[in-house]
Design a protein around this ligand. Structure first.
Ligand SMILES: Nc1ncnc2c1ncn2[C@@H]1O[C@H](COP(=O)(O)OP(=O)(O)OP(=O)(O)O)[C@@H](O)[C@H]1O
Ligand SMILES: [Mg+2]
Length: 315
C-alpha cells in the first residue's frame, strides 16, 4: 500500500495587527503530522474552528496570504511545494470545498465542473464525464445551464462533489461533504467515497460528525485545539476502552448510544504552554500543565498524552 500524502509537523499561524500597531501571531494548527495511503480513507474529526479547513487549504495551496506555514508536505514521495500543488490541483488532488461559495457565481455549473481544457477534444471528453456524474447524482440536463444562485443548497453540494470527481483524483480532500444533504444523499456520498478507496484512491475526509467518520473511514485523526491528539483505527472507536486519549474517550461516551455523557469545558483558543487538554482532563498530571506531549506511536496508535493507559509502562 503506497503512501500518497504525508504531512509532517505542519503549523499554521496568522499574523494580525491589533489597532494597526501590535503584531500578534495566533497559531491555529500546531505540529500536525498525518499520512494517507492509497486505498485508504482517513477522517479528520474536530470541532468548529479547530483548523480542519486550513489543513485542507494548505494541501491544495490555497491558504490566505497572511498565513504563516512551517512543516513539510509530501505527495507520492515528492516535496509538495506551491508549484506542485498548483499543477496537481483539480487533477490528481481534488477538493470538495466546505462552502458552496467556492462556486463561481458568473459561470454555468456544468462549465465550472468541466474546468479548463487544453482543446476541444478534452472538452468533449470531460463534458461526457460531467453529464454522467451529474446524472448519477440526480442532476438532470436542465441543471447544466444553471448558475449557482439558481441551485438549492443540496443541489449545490452535489455540484461540488461531482466537480471534484470529474477531475478523477488520486487524492480527494473532502471538507465536510455531507451537511445539508438529505439522508439518501449522505449515504450516496459515503458510498462514493468508499468506491474511490476501492479503486485505490486516498481520501482525507474532514468532518465534525463522528457517525460519518465511523461509517466511512479506515483511520480517524482527532483534532483538538489545533493539535492531532490521537490517530487510531476505526474499529477501536467502537468502545471507549479501546482508544487512548481521554478526549477521544469522552467523544465516544458522548454518543447518543453511549448515553450522551457530555464533557465539561471548552477548547482553549490560541497558544497553550502545556497539553491542550490540560484544563478539561480527568487524568492530568502535574507535568501536563507546562509541557506539551509529542505525538508518539504506541502499538500502532498515534497518541499525544503523558498519561494514557500504557504510557508509563517500562518507564
Ligand atoms: N484568514 C484568516 N485570518 C485569521 N484567522 C483565520 C483565518 N482563516 C481562519 N482563521 C482561524 O483559524 C481557525 C481555524 O479555522 P478553520 O476554518 O480551519 O476551522 P474548521 O475546523 O474548518 O472549522 P469548521 O468546522 O467551522 O469548518 C479559526 O479559529 C479561524 O478563525
Ligand atoms: Mg471548516
Amino acid at each position: 500500500m503506497g503512501n500518497l500524502l504525508e504531512v509532517n509537523n505542519l503549523s499554521i499561524s496568522f499574523t494580525q495587527y491589533v489597532q494597526g500597531l501590535n503584531r500578534h501571531d495566533s497559531k491555529v494548527i500546531s505540529d500536525l503530522t498525518i499520512d494517507i495511503n492509497e486505498s485508504e480513507i482517513v477522517a479528520v474529526l474536530g470541532s468548529s474552528g479547530s483548523g480542519k479547513s486550513l489543513l485542507a487549504h494548505s494541501i491544495l495551496g490555497i491558504l490566505p496570504y497572511n498565513a504563516n506555514v512551517t512543516g513539510e508536505l509530501k505527495y507520492k514521495g515528492a516535496v509538495l511545494d506551491q508549484g506542485l500543488k498548483e499543477r496537481l490541483r483539480g487533477k490528481e488532488i481534488c477538493l470538495i470545498p466546505q462552502s458552496v461559495n467556492y462556486l463561481d457565481p458568473l459561470m454555468k455549473v456544468s462549465e465550472q465542473a468541466i474546468g479548463e481544457c487544453k482543446d476541444e477534444t478534452e472538452h468533449k471528453e470531460k463534458k461526457l464525464r460531467q453529464r454522467e456524474i451529474f446524472s448519477k447524482y440526480g442532476l438532470d440536463e436542465s441543471v447544466d445551464d444553471l448558475y449557482p444562485f439558481e441551485l438549492s443548497g443540496g443541489m449545490a453540494r452535489k455540484v461540488l462533489l461531482s466537480t471534484a470527481l470529474i477531475g478523477d483524483p488520486d487524492l480527494l480532500i473532502a471538507d465536510e461533504p455531507t451537511p445539508g444533504l438529505d439522508a439518501k444523499s449522505v449515504e450516496e456520498t459515503i458510498q462514493d467515497i468508499r468506491n474511490l478507496k476501492e479503486h485505490g484512491k486516498g481520501v482525507l475526509l474532514i468532518t465534525h460528525e463522528i457517525d460519518v467518520a465511523l461509517k466511512t473511514a479506515d483511520r480517524i485523526a482527532i483534532f483538538y485545539s489545533g493539535y492531532v491528539i490521537e490517530i487510531n483505527d476505526v474499529e477501536n472507536f467502537k468502545d471507549a476502552d479501546n482508544v487512548l486519549h481521554p478526549y477521544t474517550k469522552a467523544l465516544i461516551n458522548a454518543l447518543p448510544r453511549n448515553g450522551f455523557k457530555l464533557t465539561e469545558g471548552v477548547q482553549p483558543l490560541g497558544e497553550v504552554t502545556g497539553c491542550p487538554y490540560y484544563e478539561n482532563c480527568p487524568i492530568c498530571l502535574d507535568k501536563c500543565e507546562n509541557n506539551i506531549p509529542e505525538l508518539e506511536e504506541h502499538d500502532g496508535v498515534m497518541i499525544r498524552c503523558f498519561n494514557f493507559k500504557g504510557a508509563n509502562d517500562g518507564a
